[in-house]
Ligand binder design. Structure first.
Ligand code: EPU
Length: 294
């Protein structure tokens, strides 16, 4: 019996992944799996574990780089009402992993809850944002987390408190777990001031970063302690450097843009080139922030 026996309605074979990513790069997934609820997700996870099938979760595809050969395993998407709910009760927000982060911010503001606007302009699902503790200069998602609901690879549900998750800069200790939802604590405040802050962050990003619709994965490298990857890459005169169709943004040196004809291999070569140049010139070995699938 194949591992997907009985799951045919929710599995697509040889599914193109490029259209599901911000970069619009990379080959197909051997299987694309869209479970309809948490119970079905748990069942799929158990079946895949028993069959030794490798899997990854795909959120909004904004911080990942998929190889040109694609992904030889199952890619799971948490889409649909069972995964995208946002429920506000006083200063608590229960949110599904598949919910859109910008929609969550708006819904919280609409309910008079403020703070999440610090995450303005970050394209992500809530699950993706939690997985990498998304954020920027104005804040990060971890600061709002009370608990995160997870499934293990064996399909077992467990609620983790924030202190158990080991959040740090662009990092969470959630390896091997599927995030299914979270409870956030977002205090009541002045929504007008929060909306103004939201607008200012947007404007600031618009001035200093490539357009949000550009084919990028956000920042390529993490900031090294006490410095900024963008500053180091810029000082190494890398802005505008190209490999094939991949180009280091002339606007912000920590973004790589995919131009027409780009392949993932071009982006990877450019990452390698940039990292070597910065290391030669400064001794700092930059770490990638973008999640490179393999
Ligand atoms: N800088 C340069 N040249 C550049 C880019 C930046 O000299 O090409 C200098 C700036 O002038 C500034 C410093 O580097 O003095 C920092 O730049 P910026 O304010 O743009 O912040 P960043 O550290 O590069 C971080 C996050 C961004 C987030 C912004 C704003 C990381 C790696 N980057 O960027 O997050 O949007 O702050 O909040 O944490 C992302 O995570 O994908 C991302 C883009």
């Amino acid at each position: 019996m194949s591992w997907l026996s009985g799951f045919e309605p929710i599995v697509q074979a040889d599914a193109p992944l490029a259209p599901l990513t911000w970069y619009r790069l990379g080959g197909p997934a051997r299987w694309l799996v869209s479970p309809r609820d948490v119970v079905e997700l748990a069942a799929v996870l158990r079946r895949m574990r028993d069959a030794g099938v490798a899997w990854r979760i795909l959120g909004r595809g904004a911080n990942i780089l998929i190889p040109d050969e694609g992904y030889d395993g199952a890619v799971i998407r948490l889409v649909g009402p069972a995964f995208e709910g946002i429920f506000v009760e006083e200063d608590e927000v229960d949110v599904g992993a598949g919910a859109d982060l910008p929609r969550l911010i708006q819904k919280a503001l609409g309910a008079g809850l403020v703070g999440l606007e610090a995450l303005a302009g970050i394209p992500a699902t809530v699950g993706g944002a939690l997985r990498m503790n998304a954020g920027g200069r104005h804040g990060e998602i971890a600061q709002f987390v009370e608990t995160v609901g997870t499934l293990s690879a064996a399909g077992e549900f467990r609620t983790l408190r924030r202190a158990e998750i080991g959040f740090s800069y662009r990092h969470a200790e959630l390896d091997g777990l599927v995030i299914v939802g979270a409870t956030l604590c977002v205090p009541a405040g002045d929504p007008l001031a929060a909306r103004e802050r939201y607008r200012e962050i947007w404007l600031d990003k618009g001035r200093t970063q490539p357009h949000l619709n550009a084919r990028t994965s956000g920042c390529i490298f993490k900031n090294p302690p006490g410095d900024h990857a963008g500053r180091l890459l810029d000082a190494a005169r890398l802005k505008g450097t190209r490999v094939g169709g991949a180009e280091i943004s002339p606007v912000h040196a920590n973004f790589i843009i995919a131009r027409d004809g780009a392949r993932t291999a071009d982006v990877l070569s450019l990452i390698h080139l940039a990292r070597e140049r910065v290391c030669d010139e400064t001794g700092v070995m930059l770490e990638t922030e973008v999640d490179i699938w393999n």
